[in-house]
Design a protein around this ligand. Structure first.
Ligand code: HEM
Length: 216
């Protein structure tokens, strides 16, 4: 690897991420087609409405499996701790785009961490309510009132997830060089020094320890 690059995401995390993204688009398009009669034409993307109805829960499960990979790979870095306090107390400056001047961010900033837990929480609600409401397999096992409540919760959490993902994808494009990390696995040291300086310092400490072990 070039001296200018550092590894940010493993191969498994990247495959898990893009599998989640692809399935997210399939479930979003088919879900919107069921929810809004005016968008029923979207089912044509899948061939027929029946096929869209079949693919929606299958890709929903694939999305959750991808999300499980992302959970395992990122959970250790997504726990809020005392180092996140300055991010909250300086949130106005951060919204003005001065994050690197006011806080020293680690692997993820507090905003990313909160969005991570929101995505994981909504994913959990979507899979549980989706399975209970799944016709004709599981829904007949539950009272109609429970299935109806699950459908409401399923729709609300799907809308919340769509809004969360719009913010997530916007931020990924906004901070130039971030997407590269999820495609190639590496980011430039310059990007890391600007957006995640504490994380870069920890990596460089590890590299120094490794090279001094080799030279001794
Ligand atoms: C076009 C859509 C998307 C783009 C461009 C995108 C881009 C990215 C990028 C660049 C990262 C790495 C951030 C970093 O290294 O700091 C990331 C992380 C992540 N993405 Fe996405 N993503 C998209 C959609 C999704 C979807 C649909 C989900 C889940 C339903 C998702 C869940 C995650 C999670 C859990 C992480 C791990 C770290 C974090 O929470 O920031 N992403 N994404």
């Amino acid at each position: 690897m070039s001296k200018h690059l550092v590894r940010r995401h493993s191969y498994v995390a990247r495959v898990g991420h893009w599998l989640t993204v692809f399935s997210f688009f399939v479930v979003t398009l088919s879900g919107l087609a069921f929810f809004f009669p005016s968008l029923r034409w979207l089912t044509a993307i899948f061939g027929t409405p029946q096929l869209a109805q079949l693919l929606h829960p299958i890709f929903g499960i694939i999305m959750i499996l991808g999300l499980c990979i992302l959970f395992v790979k990122n959970v250790a870095h997504a726990i809020l701790d005392k180092d996140d306090v300055p991010w909250f107390t300086n949130v106005i400056e951060i919204l003005k785009g001065r994050e690197h001047e006011v806080v020293e961010v680690g692997q993820y900033n507090a905003g990313q961490k909160m969005l991570f837990w929101t995505i994981i929480g909504l994913g959990a609600v979507l899979i549980v309510t989706g399975i209970i409401a799944w016709q004709p397999y599981f829904a007949p096992l539950f009272p109609v009132s429970v299935v109806r409540l699950c459908l409401v919760l399923h729709s609300l959490s799907a809308i919340a997830l769509m809004l969360g993902i719009i913010v997530h994808a916007y931020m990924a494009f906004w901070y130039k060089g971030t997407i590269r990390g999820m495609i190639r696995g590496t980011v430039t040291r310059k990007w890391a020094a600007l957006h995640h300086p504490r994380w870069l310092r920890e990596i460089e400490k590890g590299e120094d320890a490794h090279s001094s072990r080799l030279s001794s």
